[in-house]
Design a protein around this ligand. Structure first.
Ligand code: PMP
Length: 468
């Protein structure tokens, strides 16, 4: 019998429960995360989003320089992608028939291949970045018949078991071992260490981020190009994880292109590929690799996933690429990245805590360092004594609370504030950030002072919690 109640009204539901976010999450989803967000004052309820902006339930406007960990490169709710998706839903087009070859994934594969710097022939579609990395690991082992996967210190490739086995940060791994065997960690930017491992002759692939997301570490010039050449020389695959840095974020479609003439065997994309509307990713590889994996009709779906090539995701992907091209977002990423990066760099001589700013387009890390003057050094030592990941909060918290700008720490035990702005930001947005950041820096350099009171309270809380 049909239920006679009216269908779910999502707008009414959102209105009815507005503001209940943290209560619901504390009860049903992740209480520890709720506690963290409350502690640092990030327990806001966002109810509207457009471009690089968010609005909370009280109507306050925020500048989002985090972009959902880099997903919203086009900004949020881009009207052109929304139109494509609305048209697509209205077309009542079939999706995931499975025993067919869908048109849209073929078209998206063609579009992605056009944007690669080298000849990559075949495309596998995933639902996330980590699934793309799993795909690359499987391809590398299958294509080379070798066991070892190399990865870098401080690497982040996702949190499923294969990808977690390549994670260069113990804090993500603690409690989850044992991991996939035959994974070897080497320092980033170290060709000698790479070749030493490759010479052993048992390496299937080297997985590397062209800009490391954790800490925002940039490769030395020529490192990625030479690493790829070394892999080729020793019969290992060079796997370029562009999940975060790819799709135009660094001022080129792939971040690896900054190294000139590069020739990766496998490229992994995700995050920004659908404009943030649908989880999706893509793994591009050379034909010989694909031929080894899918070597016969009986192996034609030996690697697959139920939701792979869903047409809604594929339509969003095509729309996102179209927006990136038509609005010149890759160029804007380069221009705005340089604009913000140079301006922050110019602040370094004026503020003792500012050590360095590293950026490639709109992927940026602002690093703090130990100051010279004794009073400020006392603040540095006190905070680091309490917790090694706490210091950047002295900037991140007032950036949100006073200036309504969302940023994040670039990982565990780093003194780096990370910016991953939407690629659509304008000069006005850059000014909003630069003025706010300079104000925050000025407050930080008054010790003792109110900027430090909140942080030392949090530090004490962290220490007390740890003691429990
Ligand atoms: N690779 C890189 C470089 C990433 O930055 C991330 C996510 N931050 C991943 C892989 C994993 O992606 P996902 O969270 O979609 O699984």
């Amino acid at each position: 019998m049909t239920d006679i109640r009216p269908p779910l009204d999502i707008a009414a539901l959102l209105k009815q429960h507005a503001g209940r976010n943290y209560e619901l999450h504390a009860a049903h989803v992740n209480p520890a995360n709720v506690k963290t967000l409350r502690t640092i004052g990030f327990d806001r309820c966002y109810v509207r989003a457009e471009g690089p902006y968010l609005w909370d339930v009280e109507g306050t406007k925020y500048l989002d320089l985090l972009s959902g960990y880099g997903v919203f490169s086009l900004g949020r709710n881009h009207p052109d992608v929304r139109k494509v998706l609305a048209d697509f839903l209205n077309a009542e087009y079939p999706s995931l028939v499975k025993m067919e070859a869908p048109l849209l994934s073929g078209l998206l594969a063609e579009e992605l291949k056009k944007r690669m710097p080298n000849q990559l022939d075949m495309v596998f579609f995933t639902n996330s970045g980590t699934e793309g990395v799993e795909t690359a690991i499987k391809y590398a082992k299958c294509a080379t018949g070798k066991p070892v996967i190399l990865h870098c210190q401080k690497a982040f490739h996702g949190l499923t078991y294969g990808a977690l086995s390549l994670n260069g940060d113990e804090s993500f791994r603690e409690g989850f071992g044992p991991f996939m065997p035959d994974c070897v960690k080497i320092p980033f930017n170290d060709l000698e260490a790479l070749e030493k491992e490759l010479r052993k002759g048992n390496v299937a692939g080297f997985v590397v981020e062209p800009v490391q997301g954790k800490g925002v570490n940039l490769p030395s010039p020529g490192y990625l190009r030479d690493a790829a050449a070394l892999c080729r020389k020793h019969g290992a695959l060079f796997i370029d994880d562009e999940v975060q840095a790819g799709m135009g974020r660094t001022g080129k479609f792939l971040a690896i292109e900054h190294d000139g003439d590069v020739d990766p065997d496998i490229v992994v994309l995700s995050k920004a590929l659908s404009g943030g509307f649908v989880p999706v990713g893509a793994v591009l590889c050379k034909k010989w690799i694909h031929d080894k994996v899918f070597s016969s009709m009986s192996r034609s779906v030996v690697h697959s996933a139920t939701f792979s090539q869903g047409n809604f995701a594929m339509a969003a992907g095509l729309a996102a690429l179209d927006v990136i091209d038509r609005y010149g977002l890759i160029k804007n990423a380069e221009v705005m990245g340089n604009r913000i990066g140079e301006a922050v760099k110019a602040m370094i001589p004026r503020y003792e805590f500012l050590k360095e700013v590293r950026w490639r387009g709109l992927m940026m890390g602002i690093e703090f360092g130990s100051p010279k003057s004794l009073t400020l050094k006392a603040a540095w030592t006190m905070i680091h004594g309490m917790d090694k990941s706490l210091f950047p909060q002295v900037a991140i918290m007032p950036l949100l609370d006073k200036h309504h700008i969302i940023t994040q720490v670039a990982g565990h035990q780093v003194d780096v504030v990370k910016l991953l702005p939407p690629l659509v930001i304008t000069e006005d947005d850059a000014q909003w950030f630069l003025k706010s950041f300079e104000d925050v820096l000025a407050q930080m350099h008054k010790f003792p002072g109110p900027a430090w009171d909140v942080l030392s309270d949090i530090g004490r809380m962290v220490v007390t919690n740890r003691a429990r």
